[in-house]
Design a protein around this ligand. Structure first.
Ligand code: LLP
Length: 468
């Protein structure tokens, strides 16, 4: 039997079609390459990751598991490093960070963006060169600032007047100075294919350029003897596919950069344009190569600087998702399959897996789209429209809202969800006392644990009981 769209089986009365962009797979036993890490392939229907069959990962390490293609991760890191040649490229650790990944980032010559004391600790444990670390956060504690200054992190991105005062006091007390970037709000917010260039000042991050707060922050940093002003920092959003939002932001940030130079006679050496570069979660997304993004951003910055008669500052960017997102897939075991008949008589096949919103909150939180594939065997059964759900006590516990799955999918099958490297493990929770899954690195036919699975003892480690 043919499994193509033309074959007609999907047009049975009442058949569910899913969202308009969703296409039935032309070959259910193949992968859609742009959704997967470079070393993922299907051999006779079996998903192999860097030469390791999904089944053997499941047997050896259990499911659910995040599987991280190390060479793919390193290649994407290098693509940003080389694509943004001349820039400092900071990997945004909030997307996913562990000591192994911090080491890989160091080895590939990138910088690291951390945004909490915890992430700073991971960098420290990994022996990450502190002068290549940037420290973010809109409410860093006194303790976090003291540690950052003591460790000598390369730059601290300040985000409030309170913080400038606090950091000035810390540097004074410790008798050390700190390199500082001022996080500004450029009035641009970009998400996916759109950007909005007005009225996005109503949020917690940054000093408004428009309202004059950013200029005032610059003055206060300059007035603090222990603070060295490195430049301005702007981050406009996430999952962005073109450079138009960056261009508008860069113009506005450069206008302030110039104002500081002309009015205060201070030439800030650096400027950071943040992260947010998009990846393909489904076939509807078409991300650009880092070099293409870089060319667009560089062109506008150079043009703008030329027009203003100022030198181009040392530029930096902070990609997180675009480096780690596509390098990881989550491997689940199917536990139950339940066809549910909807009002119109159409059937949606609910496929329950052994994880869910505790290992991927993005679907529930952001209405994010994902894809999936049967990972453990070939199937000739006509696809049906499925919904992959987790095992948590919540109806919104959905991993993949809509995807075609083989009609014979059954308990015991392995299912893999691509594109889960960013903001899945890092936002994982213990909801329902779930054990957070391990991260298994695969490379050259070998799988190894870089973050182990939690145990019930881990879960109870902080539960000290009530020993009154
Ligand atoms: N730099 C700054 C200052 C940021 O705030 C962020 C992300 C990044 C860089 C990295 O952005 P990326 O290249 O990874 O898009 N949890 C959300 C994403 C939150 C992003 C927060 N900031 C999600 O799962 O989509």
């Amino acid at each position: 039997m043919s499994h193509t769209h033309e074959a007609g089986w999907a047009h049975a009365p009442g058949a569910l079609r899913g969202p308009a962009w969703l296409r039935e797979p032309s070959d259910p036993n193949a992968l859609v390459p742009q959704l997967w890490s470079h070393h993922a392939e299907k051999r006779d229907g079996v998903l192999t990751l860097a030469g390791v069959p999904a089944g053997s990962i499941a047997v050896e390490h259990g499911t659910p598991a995040y599987v991280l293609d190390e060479d793919d991760f390193r290649a994407r890191a290098r693509a940003f490093r080389d694509g943004f040649a001349g820039y400092d490229v900071y990997y945004a650790g909030k997307a996913f960070l562990c000591t192994a990944v911090a080491r890989w980032i160091a080895e590939e010559g990138l910088h690291l963006d951390v945004c909490s004391g915890g992430e700073l600790t991971v960098a420290e444990r990994a022996g990450f060169p502190m002068e290549r670390v940037g420290f973010h956060g809109n409410n860093k504690s006194l303790g976090e600032l003291e540690r950052a200054v003591t460790l000598g992190v390369g730059r601290i991105i300040v985000d409030s007047f309170d913080e400038i005062d606090r950091l000035a006091a810390v540097t004074h007390e410790l008798g050390r100075d700190a390199a500082v970037m001022v996080r500004v709000t450029a009035g641009v917010e970009a998400h996916t294919h759109e950007y909005i260039a007005t009225a996005h000042e109503d949020q917690k991050f940054g000093f408004s350029i428009n309202a004059g707060d950013a200029f005032e922050a610059v003055l206060r940093v300059l007035a603090a003897p222990g603070l060295r002003l490195q430049g301005l920092h702007s981050h406009i959003g996430s999952q962005i596919f073109d450079t138009s939002g960056f261009e508008v932001a860069a113009r506005r940030v450069l206008a302030l950069h110039e104002r500081v130079a002309t009015e205060l006679d201070v030439v800030m050496p650096e400027m950071d344009l943040g992260g947010g570069f998009g990846i393909a979660y489904t076939t509807q997304d078409e991300p650009a190569e880092p070099a293409i993004l870089a060319a667009g951003i560089t062109r506008i910055v150079e043009q703008e600087c030329r027009g203003r008669g100022i030198a181009v500052p040392q530029l930096s960017v902070e990609p997180g998702r675009a480096i780690v997102g596509p390098s990881v897939c989550t491997l689940y075991s199917v536990g139950t399959v339940k066809p549910v008949t909807l009002d119109a008589g159409a059937v949606r096949t609910y496929v329950s897996v052994d994880g869910g919103m505790s290992d991927n909150i993005r679907t529930a939180l952001y209405d994010a789209d994902y894809s999936c594939t049967l990972a453990s065997r070939a199937s000739q059964a006509p696809p049906v429209l499925g919904r992959v759900v987790g095992k948590h006590c919540e109806a919104g516990d959905i991993v993949v809202k809509d995807e075609f799955v083989p009609g014979d999918i059954a308990a015991g099958d392995l299912l893999a969800v691509p594109g889960t490297g960013a903001y899945c493990r890092s936002m994982a929770s213990n909801y329902n006392h779930a054990l957070r899954p391990p991260v298994i690195a695969v490379r050259d036919g070998v799988a190894r644990v870089i973050v182990r699975r939690e145990t019930e003892d881990d879960l109870l480690a902080t539960d000290v009981g009530d020993e009154r």
